[in-house]
Design a protein. Structure first.
Length: 361
C-alpha cells in the first residue's frame, strides 16, 4: 500500500453534494461526487496518511471576519424565506445559508489542522465555492468567500502573521482581491484567463492594491489557449520569486480546476499533469520558505467527467506526494504561443514593486 509523503487532510462532508441551484447548473453536485468516485477507484482514500475529515459549520462571527453583517443577513434571510435570485448565475435556495456556512467551516478547519500541526497539508473539497464573493456581494456561484474567511481566521485566531494566497482558478477572484486590496499581511496572486475574454472582467496587472496593500495584489492574466508551459513560466518568472520575497507564514491556494482544456465555460489548455506540476511546485515553495501548507480550497472546475475528477486527483496527489497515473481524454490542444510572452510582459510591469522581478528583467 502507498504511504503519503505528507500527512493530508481531505475536508469533506456528504452535505457538500446537496447544494444545487438547478440540475443543469455548471456548479452542480457531480463536481464532487465524480471526484470521490475516482479517488475510491484509484485507492487514494486507502493510503496511509490521507484522511477524510468531516467539518463543522462556521459560526456567523467567522463569516463576518471578512463579510459585511448585512450581506450575511441577506443570505440567511433569503434562505429562510425559501430562496431567491442574486444574479443570472447565482440563486439562493432554502438551504444555501447553512451549506455556505459548512463550506466556510471546512475551509477554516483545513487551515486550523495545518497551523496546529495535525496535518502537513490539507484540501477543503467544499461547495459552494467562494472567491467571487466580496465584502457585501454574492456573485459567480459564490455566497461567502471561503478562502478569505480561512485566511482571516488564520491571522486573527491562529496568530499567523503573513499569508500568501495563490489563486489559479480560470476566473479572476475579484472578491478575494477586494477583501485584501489594502492589506500588506496578505499577498494575493492570481493567474487567470484575461478578463477581456472571461467573467468577471477584472484582474489586470495594473490592479496592484492600494494604501498599505499597494504591490501586494499580483495579477497574471493570460490569453485564451494558454496551457502548461504558460503556467510553468508564470511560476518560474513571477510566482516563485514574488512569494519567496514576501516570505509568508502560510500558503493557501484557491484551487480552481477550470483551467483544464475540457472545461465547458473557460478557454484554457492546462492538463491534469499541469495541475500536478503546479501543486508539487507549490509544495516545494512552501518548504523552501518554511511556510505552513499549502492548504487548498476548491473553487471552480466544471468538466465533471473528463476534467475535474482527474485534476482534483492531481492536486491531491501533488499535495500528499503520491504517484499518479493521470490519463487525459483525447484531443489535448496545442498551446497558444502568446501565453509565455504575456507572462514576460506582466513580470516587467510588476517589477516596480518586487526586487526579485527587477533582478530578472
Amino acid at each position: 500500500m502507498w504511504r503519503a509523503e505528507r500527512r493530508l487532510a481531505l475536508i469533506y462532508d456528504d452535505e457538500y453534494l446537496e447544494h444545487e441551484q438547478h440540475p443543469t447548473h455548471p456548479e452542480r453536485r457531480e463536481r464532487l461526487s465524480y471526484t470521490l468516485d475516482r479517488l475510491r477507484e484509484e485507492g487514494v482514500l486507502e493510503v496511509e496518511g490521507v484522511d477524510l475529515v468531516e467539518p463543522e459549520p462556521a459560526d456567523r462571527e467567522d463569516i463576518e471576519l471578512v463579510h459585511d453583517p448585512d450581506h450575511v443577513e441577506l443570505i440567511r434571510r433569503m434562505s429562510e424565506q425559501g430562496g431567491g435570485v442574486i444574479d443570472a448565475d447565482t440563486a439562493v435556495t432554502e438551504r444555501t445559508y447553512e451549506q455556505a456556512l459548512l463550506a466556510a467551516g471546512g475551509s477554516i478547519l483545513a487551515v486550523e489542522l495545518v497551523v496546529k500541526g495535525e496535518y502537513d497539508v490539507a484540501f477543503a473539497m467544499v461547495r459552494p465555492p467562494g472567491h467571487h464573493a466580496g465584502r457585501a456581494k454574492a456573485a459567480g456561484f459564490c455566497y461567502f468567500n471561503n478562502a478569505a474567511i480561512a485566511t482571516e481566521y488564520a491571522i486573527q485566531e491562529l496568530d499567523v502573521e503573513r499569508v500568501a494566497i495563490l489563486d489559479w482558478d480560470a476566473h479572476h477572484g475579484d472578491g478575494t482581491q477586494e477583501i485584501f486590496y489594502d492589506r500588506d499581511d496578505v499577498l494575493y496572486v492570481s493567474i487567470h484567463q484575461d478578463g477581456r475574454t472571461l467573467y468577471p472582467g477584472t484582474g489586470f496587472p495594473h490592479e496592484v492594491g492600494e494604501g498599505d496593500g499597494e504591490g501586494y495584489t499580483v495579477n497574471i492574466p493570460v490569453p485564451p489557449g494558454s496551457g502548461d508551459e504558460t503556467y510553468r513560466r508564470a511560476f518560474r518568472e513571477i510566482i516563485d520569486p514574488v512569494v519567496r520575497e514576501y516570505d509568508p507564514d502560510l500558503i493557501l491556494i484557491s484551487a480552481g480546476q477550470d483551467c483544464h482544456f475540457t472545461d465547458p465555460i473557460t478557454n484554457l489548455a492546462v492538463t491534469a499533469r499541469g495541475y500536478e506540476w503546479m501543486m508539487r511546485r507549490a509544495v516545494e515553495l512552501a518548504e523552501d520558505v518554511d511556510a505552513l501548507g499549502p492548504v487548498a480550497v476548491l473553487e471552480g472546475g466544471y468538466s465533471v467527467e473528463d476534467g475535474l475528477p482527474y485534476t482534483n486527483m492531481a492536486v491531491i496527489c501533488g499535495l500528499a506526494g503520491l504517484p499518479t497515473d493521470l490519463k487525459e481524454p483525447a484531443g489535448v490542444p496545442d498551446e497558444n504561443p502568446e501565453g509565455p510572452k504575456r507572462v514576460k510582459e506582466v513580470a516587467r510591469q510588476l517589477s516596480e514593486y518586487w526586487e526579485s522581478l527587477r533582478r530578472r528583467a
